[in-house]
Design a protein around this ligand. Sequence first.
Ligand code: ADP
Ligand code: MG
Length: 508
Amino acid sequence: MVSDSHSNMLNMLCVGTTIRVNKKRPAPTSDIPINDSKKVKESAPDENEKTDKSVRKKHRIVVKGFDVTKPCESFQQMKELHPKILNSLLKKLPDNNIDAPTPIQMQCIPLLMDKRSILSCAPTGSGKTLTFVIPILSHLKKSQKGGFRALILSPTRELAQQIYREFKIIGGSRKFSVHFLSKDKAKSDVLTNEDGNKDVLIATPSYLLSMLENKKLDLSNLEFCMLDEADRLFEDGKKGFREEVFKILEYVDLIKVTVGLFSATLANGVDNWCFQHLDNFIQVFIGQVNGANSDIKQSLKFVGTEESKIYTLKSLLQQGFKPPTLIFTQTKERAKQLHQELKLVNSKTECIHSDLAQHKREEVIQQFREGKVWILICTDLLSRGLDFKHVNCVINFDLPQTKVDYIHRIGRTGRAGRSGEAITFFTEEDKKILPNIINVLKNSGCELPPWLKNLKGIARRDLKKACKKPVVRNSISTLPKYDQEKAAKRKQMIKASKEKKMKASKSS
Ligand code: ADP
Ligand code: MG
């Protein structure tokens, strides 16, 4: 994907399409071979450029674009080269066990300090949040009245709240006015009130769009717009927010504003959008694009049939259980069913899904962070962005549908340089989409038995369809079949009776 996009861009430049470009651009910088390199004249690299290249090579940083800012291997060097970085922010880092920048921070903090728009792809848990928090707060300098100057878009409320906390922790004593756009805030006039200070707004797409459409919010003062988990934000359909995000971006002056798109995986036309809408932006890739975090020990476990999964899981938890553990299921119904089973094995088991009230979700996440909950059963609601530093193990009770989902799910462990373990169950039925995920393990250098290494999946065109159509799975239960059917019938009867009562009360 990397070289394709780049050669696309070069082709576009060569045939003179209407793409917006900075005419005064110097020669491009690219650390990876470019197919179309003959079409671009490169200036002879000077000593400085050579050092930059060796720093990038050492930290597996690949950049594409024009006139790329120097990477910095320490926060001290960043401060020397970008004096605008606030000392008060850097002072907060050691308190949070942060001594040296991660590769994404080495390259992207300097770029954002230079107000360059970026598209960046770096592994899960590699510190992408801090990458935009430091430059944004440094440029904002101090809290002030007027409209918001920075907007961060996140696909989930949980992630938005986490980003909000990081802004508050790093911003510390500077008292920046940082807001998380909750349902209550969207209804109140806290954000529309012209007197209050407003610096950074962190929002999920739905509430933000409705505020913009109702003219309750004005983005004309915006200087920074960051899209976290950009590929999820650009995704179509049930999981994604494509339409809403595109409408929101119509309110953002993309020429004036510095835009940052971040994720551990890139898909859904994110790069095409950048080529069409961003002027002179830089692409930054850390390590392998669309690869798993290398600090995670990954394994696949064949469990035969759906029915045997629960027994395998229980014995796994009884043998070498290393709490805290996150367990992913395919649907919220399955998460609830698994919770019923596991809470009998371990009382410190909880379950989180979109049916839970917001305050309950927050409470469960907090308890998990504090170590009061040892096993948290969840759906893909929790697969993106959430930083549970201490998670030792992720178990995919149900095989994820795509490799992107897999990379994000397992990325809840092995964060900030810690090691982690990911165990993925699969059944006979799952084998057709399994090779997709096997590729991720192979690329991460994981040991696999030969029969798995050579497992043939279904044809590519069928795979796309199969990924969209999840495997139908029997409910999770250790009850005998007769009792399960009896319970299901009872549930059905209660539901029908409730519906009847509702109808009756409506018609009376
Ligand atoms: P990502 O968005 O890349 O998945 P996060 O921004 O959530 O990762 O950061 C993951 C964890 O790493 C957080 O707990 C954060 O505090 C920590 N972290 C960020 N930068 C550094 C650093 N330079 N050194 C050590 N830990 C860091
Ligand atoms: Mg993140």
